[in-house]
Design a protein around this ligand. Structure first.
Ligand SMILES: [Zn+2]
Length: 250
């Protein structure tokens, strides 16, 4: 692209972003930023830039926009709003209180992905004057590491995160069992003993597995057998009866 045209485009962008008036210094900075080959020549470019500015600053904003579009410039830039803080949560008015949680597995130290989740959950609770819960997902004793509980809490505190309540899932197994039984009794969950691939293959075609439709009484029997280890490790799982047409059914 010709030199004049290159500068013209940047000057027009600057004008469109700043209410129709481009200024010498910002345009020169932009030239230096976008065209490294011109960096050494900025001083000698000043008369040309001034000439371009006097030309485009006479145009109406519509004309500036039009010419910028013809040159393939980024008129959209002016529309980009700078957002401060977090976006609102949807449907928040439908609930009495915003309650969020961070649920790390104490099998290792926090990584950046955890930190992001923890900060967002904490900040959203604060933004709405709600409650933030720390819950350790430690129902699998095989991979929980004793020293990680303290380390995770220390890291969260270091990040400035304070939690209102703290739970250990391993303390609450009886509660989870009771809830599981209730779901089975009400026909809202089932014990599935299919092989994982077989289950997945049916699910992906929107079909129920044979376990899903068994009556609650039988489900409860399977549940007891599962708890007693009758299916062996990972031989059966409790699944929630979600809509089979749901994009991610269980
Ligand atoms: Zn099944």
């Amino acid at each position: 692209m010709e030199l004049r045209e290159r500068i013209l485009r940047l000057a027009l962008e600057n004008a469109v972003e700043h209410g129709g008036k481009a200024l010498l210094d910002p345009v020169l900075r932009r030239v230096a930023g976008e065209f490294p080959d011109l960096r050494q020549r900025l001083r000698e470019l000043v008369p040309l830039v001034e000439e371009i500015l006097s030309e485009i600053n006479l145009l109406s904003p519509e004309e500036q926009r039009k010419r910028l579009e013809e040159l393939g410039g980024r008129a959209a830039r002016e529309k980009r709003e700078r957002r401060k803080g977090l976006p609102d949560l949807p449907n928040v008015e439908k609930y009495e209180r915003v309650v969020t949680r961070f649920a790390p597995n104490p099998n290792g130290p926090l990584h950046l992905g955890h930190v992001r989740a923890a900060l967002l959950s904490y900040e959203y609770a604060r933004m709405y004057g709600g409650k933030f819960i720390l819950r350790f997902e430690d129902t699998n004793p095989a991979n929980a590491k004793e020293e990680m509980y303290g380390m995770i809490k220390e890291d969260l505190e270091w990040l400035g995160i304070r939690w209102d309540e703290e739970f250990y899932q391993s303390d609450r197994l009886e509660l989870y069992y009771r809830m599981a039984e209730r779901l089975l009794e009400e026909g809202k969950a089932y014990v599935c003993s299919c092989r994982a691939e077989e289950f997945r293959e049916k699910r992906d075609r929107g079909l129920p597995c044979p376990c899903r439709e068994l009556p609650p009484q039988e489900q409860l029997e399977r549940w007891r057998e599962m708890k007693e280890g009758g299916y062996g490790e990972e031989g059966a799982v409790l699944r929630l009866k979600t809509d089979l047409k749901h994009p991610n059914p269980a």
